[in-house]
Design a protein around this ligand. Sequence first.
Ligand SMILES: Nc1nc2c(c(=O)[nH]1)N[C@H]1C(S)=C(S)[C@@H](COP(=O)(O)O)O[C@H]1N2
Ligand SMILES: [Mo]
Length: 374
Amino acid sequence: MEDTPKPRTFLTKPEAFRDVSRGSPKPHSLKGDDLVKARMTPESWRLEILADPSATVDKQYKLDDMTALDFAAIEALGKKHSVKFLKAMQCLNIDQPLGQGLWEGVPLREILRLVGKVKNVRRVFYHGFHNNDPKQIFQSSLSYNHAMETPPWELGPFVAYKLNGQPISLVRGGPVRLIVPWSYGFKSIKWLHRITLTNDYKTNDTYAEQNNDPESYLKTAAYLDPGPQAFKAGEAITIRGTAMVGWSGLKHVEYWLRPAGGDHGKLEANDPAWQKAKWEPCALEPAPADWGGNLPDGVMPKDVWGFNAEGKPKEWPLRYSVALWSATLKDVKPGVYEFRARTVDLNGFAQPEPRPYLKSGQNHVAVRTLMVME
Ligand SMILES: Nc1nc2c(c(=O)[nH]1)N[C@H]1C(S)=C(S)[C@@H](COP(=O)(O)O)O[C@H]1N2
Ligand SMILES: [Mo]
C-alpha cells in the first residue's frame, strides 16, 4: 500500500488549473463571432479606463471614441515595464490552491498613469466580460494607493497577458487578466475590460457578498494531498501536502498524529486535546537547485520577481506560492489515527490563527484518518 505521489511540478499546466468561474454561458465557452463581439480575442480585446462622475481625470480611454487601449498597447508597455511573478491562484472558499503559474504583465500603476492628473480618486473598480446581463458582472476593486504606491519591495497589482510563457488561454481569463499578487482569486479578474476610477471609498467586490471578506490577503495554511488511508504496520508512511505561503510568510509546517478520537476526525476548536497536542516538524521541499527546467523557455530566473541577480529566490518558500511538504511516519503501531498538519507563519501564529474565520480564507486544520494494520 504505497502512497503514490502525484507528480509535483512547480508550474501548473494552464489547462490543469481548477476552474471556478461564473456566468451563464461561461464567457470562455463563446466561439467565433461571439468571441470577437465579446472582445475576447487578442485582436478585438480593448480596455476602457474611465472616471465615474465622482472623480476627475485628464484623459479617459473609451470604446465609443475608439481610444480604449488595445492588446498591442499593453504589449508595448510590457516591453518597458514587464513583471514576471510566480503565483498560486486560490479561491477564498476552497481549501486548496487551484494552480500555480508564472504570470507576466504590466504594473497597473503604469496603465493608470495614462489618465494624467486625477482628482477625487479613492478607489479603482474593475471588471471583465461576462455577458450582457449586468447582474452577472463579476467585479472587484482596489484602493488607489494599492495600485499606485506599492512599496518597491512589494509587487503591486498588474495587468497580465502571459501565463507560463504563453498567451493566457480563454479559460484562464485571457487575453488579459488582472493579477493581485497578495489576494485570493476573486481580485484577479479574468477577461479584464474596464477600469473605473472613483471617489467611492467602499469596495464593490462581487465577493463581498455572502459574508466573504473582500479585503482579505492570502493566508498561510497547510492542505493535505489526497492519498491512501490504510497502511501496513512496519512500513514507513509518507503523507504529502501543500502549503499556501500567505502575506505573513511561512516558518514551517508541522504535524500531529494521535489515536483516533472516534468521531470521524471531528475535534472542536475548544477541545482540550489541542492544548496537549505534540506537533512534529514536516519536511519542506527545498528550492530547485536549477530553475531552468521549472520556468517557461526563455524566462531567466533573475527576471522573476523575488529572485536575485544570481537567479536564486530571495526568500524560500516564495510568498503567494505553494510550498510542498511531506511527513514520514515510522514505527507506527497498529491502530487508527488522526493525522493533522498546520503551518506556523513568520509571526509565530499557528494555523488557523490569527484568523480562524473561514470567510476570510479557508484555513481550518485538515485531518486524515490513517489505519495501520498488523
Ligand atoms: N471575470 C471573472 N473573473 C473571475 C471570476 C469570474 O467569475 N469572472 N472568478 C474569480 C474567482 S472567485 C476566482 S477564485 C478566480 C479563479 O481563477 P481560475 O479560474 O484561473 O482558477 O478567478 C476570479 N476571477
Ligand atoms: Mo473564488
